[in-house]
Write a protein that binds this ligand. Structure first.
Ligand code: M6R
Length: 364
């Protein structure tokens, strides 16, 4: 049941800290600060290329996975939605492997991609939430997210759990390829082990996010911006908002705004930015300033170090804990999902069962 929560989605949002802890404990050792992966169907030290594919939010997790794996392990990655990968007839390398991501393990397009990848000689590793699903059974190996049943059509805790598994894989692959040292591994696993408590801290900002939602609920169009591994999270924010509140939203790479979407900006369009401090901050901040200069209403998620610069021109600045670049995508997913939830509640939509959507899409 929903317990004391109004919706399954609200309950599932509040399960983020527990689910992240449970999932991370499967794949890393808090004692030795090492990643602990089960036997994989391919050797990460030798694999020439990885194909990551999935649908919807699961694809956005795969998209973040690509940023992490390329950065930490230097394995060339291809990430595409399953419904496109299938028809693209991609050249698949000999000895290559694929990572599929799915909450249900029953999504028809992802299953069709699995078949194509296997026929193309790729070893298939899937990240799934339902152990007995078709995808888990048809893959060469399955890594489970320990998210428990997800009832709300909008994926929440399953999404961050997918990110947690992908983060562990990226670190494990980085070690296998000698791209990162044992000290780096310790630092990265430590960052991941702090994720559950940061997630709880972010959920405590509920009232602040609800206030932001009251502004966003009045909009007809919303733009989400992020750079680097936060770009897929901007897409996740836009997807969640569309899906449950029916407000039109777009996610964009922050640097792409000036190549088109900036034409949309006026004082009616909230521009929601994922902009933590770090090497990408300056560039993103100046993109946002351009939006503000055109009357755009900038609403930014940042941290203590980023807040002062953003407060100079942003309408709302939400200060999240300082988490570091590696775990930032996991922790920024939570406030954007929470924002979509509150907007939907204010709009009075059917949060758990949005129109035209099914929890598991079993048609191609
Ligand atoms: O069960 P799956 O993870 O394979 O589902 C994939 C998508 O249908 C799913 O993530 C969908 O985009 C969600 N409703 C998004 O919140």
């Amino acid at each position: 049941g929903k317990g004391n929560y109004r919706h399954f989605m609200e309950k599932e949002l509040h399960e983020h800290p527990a689910v992240l802890g449970d999932t991370l404990r499967q794949y890393l050792d808090p004692g030795t600060l090492e990643v602990r992966l089960p036997r994989l169907p391919f050797d990460p030290a030798k694999v020439p290329r990885l194909t990551l594919t999935a649908c919807g939010s699961a694809f956005l997790a795969a998209h973040v996975g690509r940023y992490w794996i390329e950065k930490l392990a230097r394995i060339p990655c291809d990430a595409d939605v399953a419904s496109e990968l299938r028809y693209r007839d991609p050249p698949l390398p000999e000895g290559g492997a694929a990572i599929l991501v799915s909450q249900s393990g029953e999504t028809a397009d992802t299953m069709a991609a699995l078949k194509l990848l296997k026929e193309g000689g790729q070893k298939v590793l899937s990240i799934v939430n339902v152990p007995e699903s078709t995808m888990a059974r048809s893959s060469d190996a399955a890594l489970l997210t320990v998210a428990g049943p997800e009832v709300g059509v909008a994926s929440t805790k399953a999404f961050t759990a997918q990110l947690a598994v992908l983060a562990c894989l990226a670190v494990g692959f980085g070690r296998a390829r000698k791209q990162i040292s044992q000290v780096d591994e310790g630092r990265l696993t430590q960052a991941l082990l702090s994720v559950p408590s940061f997630a709880a801290e972010i959920l405590d900002r509920d009232a602040e996010i609800r206030a932001l939602a009251a502004e966003v609920a009045k909009a007809r169009d919303v733009l989400f911006l992020g750079r680097g591994s936060l770009f897929p999270i901007a897409l996740e924010g836009a997807l969640k908002l569309k899906e449950i509140s029916y407000i039109h939203a777009e996610g964009y790479a922050a640097g792409e705004m000036k190549h088109g979407p900036i034409a949309l900006i006026d004082s009616a369009v909230p521009v929601i930015a994922l902009c933590p401090s770090g090497p990408l901050f300056e560039k993103t901040c100046s993109n946002l300033q351009e939006a503000a200069a055109r009357g755009g209403r900038v609403m930014a998620f940042t941290d203590a170090q980023g807040a002062p610069a953003l407060r100079r021109f942003a309408e709302h600045v939400i200060e999240l804990p300082t988490v570091g670049a590696f775990s930032a995508p996991i922790l920024h997913a939570i406030p954007v999902q929470l924002l979509a939830y509150h907007v939907a509640v204010l709009k009075g939509t059917d949060v758990d069962q949005p129109r035209n959507l099914a929890k598991s899409v079993t048609v191609e």
